[in-house]
Design a protein around this ligand. Structure first.
Ligand SMILES: [Fe+2]
Ligand SMILES: [Fe+2]
Length: 329
């Protein structure tokens, strides 16, 4: 509906905006910003310094961290996440936990550790139920999201709406890709379509985060473009190596092909080097894979969104601690 109004004045000063032929359906934020500017001029220097836009539409600050790898990854999370939340004034934190327990899955006990460390939401992946207790734990812990297209009979949810620390709503969802994955999964694109239909960006959800969990960079990029304008962030997980292509797509979706892992990078994608090397060189397994235990790098992406539109306004790769070159907002 469009409501037309006639021009007018605010206060006893010159008009701060012209209301003539203002379309309320599209221009309410501009009117509100005009009011905020008039209010700040009338109420002293302190408010004058406050950007009018921030009075209307806040900036949401979100951190997404890639696959937590074993004990080293868990330790880096517990030792650093609280500090990062304070220092970077984070409103919402998502952590991928699919490898947090011995590199294979996430146990209920370790899910509690990551949540108590400050994660607001945990995503999983193809290893979602490698730890069998997750089959029941996820039914009582709504902060854990499993892949939307994992299996029709899988417990838990593939998408959920969260309330961030600033009171805004954040929708988190995860999809599994199909290319080069060990098991066949349903089409992730058609799995996500109903989620976007029921939660248009900037509607009920002020931010939408899509964790695209798959092997192929091409499939992740395709998903990024397909979601452009419908999600605040599409971030890849699963391959455990951060890519350097953090960007904002034309429709306002923040994008990163892979968040990397929160683990020891002196390793083969988080596993202690000896056994993977043996298998590559000889083709024969001898021992089990074990997560590397050196200092982990926290790796992922920092995102700022406009509450009013849900679109990304800033993306910064995150690398903290361990051996990778540091990067911070
Ligand atoms: Fe995975
Ligand atoms: Fe992983």
């Amino acid at each position: 509906m469009t409501l037309w109004v006639q021009g007018g004045f605010v206060g006893n000063r010159k008009p701060v905006w012209n209301l003539t032929q203002t379309r309320f359906s599209n221009d309410v934020p501009q009117i509100a910003q005009g009011l905020a500017r008039w209010f700040s001029r009338s109420c002293g220097a302190a408010l004058l310094l406050l950007p009018a836009r921030r009075l209307i539409a806040g900036v949401m600050k979100i951190l997404f961290l890639g696959d937590v790898m074993g004990r080293a990854g868990r330790r880096a999370i517990t030792e650093n996440l609280g500090r990062l939340r304070t220092e970077w004034k984070l409103d919402f934190i998502v952590v991928n936990g699919e490898n947090a327990t011995s590199g294979m899955g996430l146990s209920g006990a370790h899910a509690k550790v990551l949540l108590e460390a400050g994660a607001d939401c945990l995503t999983l992946g193809d290893h979602a139920f490698d730890q069998k207790d997750m089959l029941s734990f996820i039914q009582h812990e709504p902060r854990i999201i499993r892949p939307l297209n994992f299996s029709k009979s899988a417990p838990g949810k593939g998408a959920a709406l969260f309330t961030a620390r600033n009171g805004k709503k954040v929708l988190v969802t995860q999809a599994l890709g199909q290319v080069f994955m060990k098991r066949p999964f349903d089409d992730p694109f058609s799995a996500l379509e109903p989620v976007f239909k029921t939660h248009p960006l900037g509607g009920l959800a002020q931010a939408i985060i899509v964790d695209m969990h798959c092997e192929a960079t091409s499939e992740k990029m395709a998903m990024g473009h397909w979601c452009d304008g419908r999600a605040s962030l599409v971030v890849g997980t699963h391959t455990h190596v951060p890519t350097s292509d953090a960007m904002i797509l034309p429709g306002g979706t923040g994008y990163l092909t892979d968040a990397g892992m929160c683990g020891d990078y002196h390793s083969v994608i988080g596993m202690e080097k000896t056994e993977p090397l043996r298998r590559f060189i000889t083709g024969m397994p001898k021992e089990r894979f074990t997560p590397a235990g050196g200092e982990a790098t926290l790796s992922g992406i920092y995102l700022e969104t406009d509450d009013r539109t849900g679109r990304a306004t800033r993306v910064v790769p995150v690398r903290q601690g361990g051996t990778l070159h540091p990067s911070a907002p």
